[in-house]
Design a protein around this ligand. Structure first.
Ligand code: GLY
Length: 382
């Protein structure tokens, strides 16, 4: 089955993807022999494959990539690999010390349940959703993101946390327990109220007084400055509010996503190829590193928005197609390099001086998700 080729000469894109992922499996197997405590590849650091234990916030993406590849190819080989890499993430279902349960467990077990209906996966996901809800504070109206950096923040909520709501909406649909739904929409509403500037760009970290619910700080952690627009944060916001519209049908969320889209797509610092610099206000644009992960998250969200917004559907669809074509043609890793990652040039944490302009696993995850969304849309069109 041929997916889309986007003008890539010779091989079809899906062949390129599966060849590179097979190389990745062999590199990951070697890394696991060196250190049995790690479970998934995260990125390249110092030209070496950087592997993480299940506790890391990125641990579920690789299993997700394998499930998506199974979905793209229908090849049982990928299903078996996906099952293998999903299993160790179960460790995280009871971890009350982080908000990252959605990233870890919904990308792995969530896709696994969707594609295999394994009842054990359903229980693991429900337990993860229950654990995530323990981080909700009704006075603040949000789930606390981080327990670390207590010297800086008392009750930090980061824009990335919007991505965890998918797990809660799923748990509500499975159980009809309104707790999951209410936590999700309250979190979204509080984020909408406090995270955004007038131009619909988003702060990264909002800190709250947990006793009064008052906002005490509007900060960044991974962006250039407190007042800058960190690219991946804007992409999480776009994706998060479009997802909230899908799950609730409440047009307020769609309007929010559209306003964020307007900010992104009309920004003078958005490059012509639509692959953002790591921060829209990075000081050394046009020489600043790009963030391909922000681009693939945006592309996946724009495909979703193209079926949500009447009138602008072709516009969002074309934007997403352009991002995916540019990424596929110009940002792919050369075969059998970079530990087997698909895409290069993502920036994880520039102020922290790591993962700058390198392959990162979540860029691949949202790329594969976008390709699948594109395939569905292409079928509808034809
Ligand atoms: N959730 C952390 C990040 O986007 O880097």
């Amino acid at each position: 089955m041929c997916l889309v080729t986007f003008g890539i000469k010779g091989q079809s894109l899906n062949k390129k993807i599966t060849r590179q992922l097979k190389y990745s499996l062999s590199e990951v197997a070697k890394a696991k022999l060196r250190n049995p405590k790690v479970v998934s590849p995260r990125s390249m650091r110092d030209d070496t494959l950087f592997m993480v234990p299940s506790k890391d916030w990125t641990s579920g993406f690789y299993a997700g990539n394998l499930w998506y590849t199974y979905e793209l190819t229908n090849d049982e080989f990928w299903k078996q690999k996906a099952i293998e890499f999903t299993a160790p993430i179960e460790n995280e279902k009871n971890d009350k010390t982080t908000h990252d349960l959605g990233f870890k467990l919904y990308c792995s077990f969530g896709n696994g349940y969707r594609l295999s209906s394994n009842p054990a996966y359903r229980e693991i996901l429900l337990q993860s959703a229950r654990t995530l809800c323990t981080r909700y504070n009704p006075i603040v109206g949000s789930m606390r993101s981080w327990d670390h950096s207590t010297d800086k923040w008392a009750f930090p909520v980061i824009i990335d946390n919007m991505m965890n709501l998918d797990l809660l909406f799923w748990a509500f649909k499975q159980t009809q327990d309104s707790l999951f739904y209410n936590v999700a929409i309250n979190h979204a509403n509080t984020t909408m109220k406090n995270h955004f500037r007038e131009d619909y760009s988003s702060y990264h970290v909002i800190d709250y007084d947990a006793k009064t619910g008052k906002v005490t700080k509007k900060n960044t952690h991974q962006g250039y400055s407190h007042e800058s627009a960190w690219a991946r944060g804007q992409a999480w916001a776009l994706y998060g509010f479009s997802m909230c519209y899908r799950e609730t049908g409440n047009k307020v969320y769609l309007k929010q996503a559209e306003k964020i889209a307007e900010f992104l797509l009309n920004h003078p610092n958005l490059p012509k190829d639509l692959i953002p610099y790591w921060d829209f206000n990075a000081p050394n644009i046009p020489n600043a590193p790009r963030d391909v992960s922000a681009a693939t998250i945006m592309a996946s969200a724009f495909y979703e928005m193209s079926i949500q917004v009447s009138g602008k559907n072709i516009y969002y669809r074309e934007i997403a197609d352009r991002i995916i074509a540019n990424v596929s043609n110009n940002y792919m890793c050369k075969p059998k390099t970079n530990g087997g990652f698909l895409l290069n040039n993502s920036t994880g944490h520039l102020p922290g001086k790591h993962e700058i302009n390198v392959p990162i696993v979540y860029a691949d995850y949202y790329y594969l998700e976008a390709l699948l969304r594109k395939r569905i849309l292409d079928k509808i069109k034809n």
